[in-house]
Design a binder for this molecule. Sequence first.
Ligand code: F6P
Ligand code: FE2
Length: 208
Amino acid sequence: MPLFEPGVAYVDISSGQLKGATSRYVKTFRDLDGLYEDSAAFSSLVDRSGDEVAYEVTDYKPSSNLGDIIIGVTRMEPGKIGNEYYMTRGHIHARPNRPEMYYGESGLGVMLLESPDGQIRTIEIKPRTMCYVPPFWIHRSVNVGRQPLVMTFSYPADSGQDYDIIAKAGGMRSRIVDDGKGGWKTVENKGYRIRPQALVDSIMAKVE
Ligand SMILES: O=P(O)(O)OC[C@H]1O[C@](O)(CO)[C@@H](O)[C@@H]1O
Ligand SMILES: [Fe+2]
């Protein structure tokens, strides 16, 4: 096995970027079609600012080898579509038994987690909060604050991302919305379809 060189990168909180990243991707509002309940509010946002960046991921990926890790930074704009806070697409890892760690750098976020059988958990993430996303949980980050949400993350390099699991269920089971007092609350996603038990069993059996 050849030796890799140690790596270094810098978390620039004001830009919300990892300086020294090896890869970067952005999602514009236009890319997030179908995520939000209020489709009229979504369309009017896309008409006004569809090409603006909703969130950005910069990361350092030494390899995609088993046993290696990816480290990076996510930055998400603050705001709402209707009464629903801005969020990432969300995914389960393609190798679903891979976990993840998120660390709050600035702003106020919520990690919304859903198990394949439809249990929901939420973890509020403030600066210096370290959040453990266990294996097999679908996860999405939500910016519930008034400032950009910046989080550092790390996860196994061979995890991969599966976005279909959310799309096929009609979204995640809960939505994170304004509680009317400047905070947040979870509400039921009316379009959600619970996964058949056979599908849940097949996901839970994927251990490699
Ligand atoms: O993949 P999504 O749902 O667009 O969200 C991005 C986040 O998830 C990750 O892919 C990690 O699993 C990070 O790159 C980033 O924090
Ligand atoms: Fe992930």
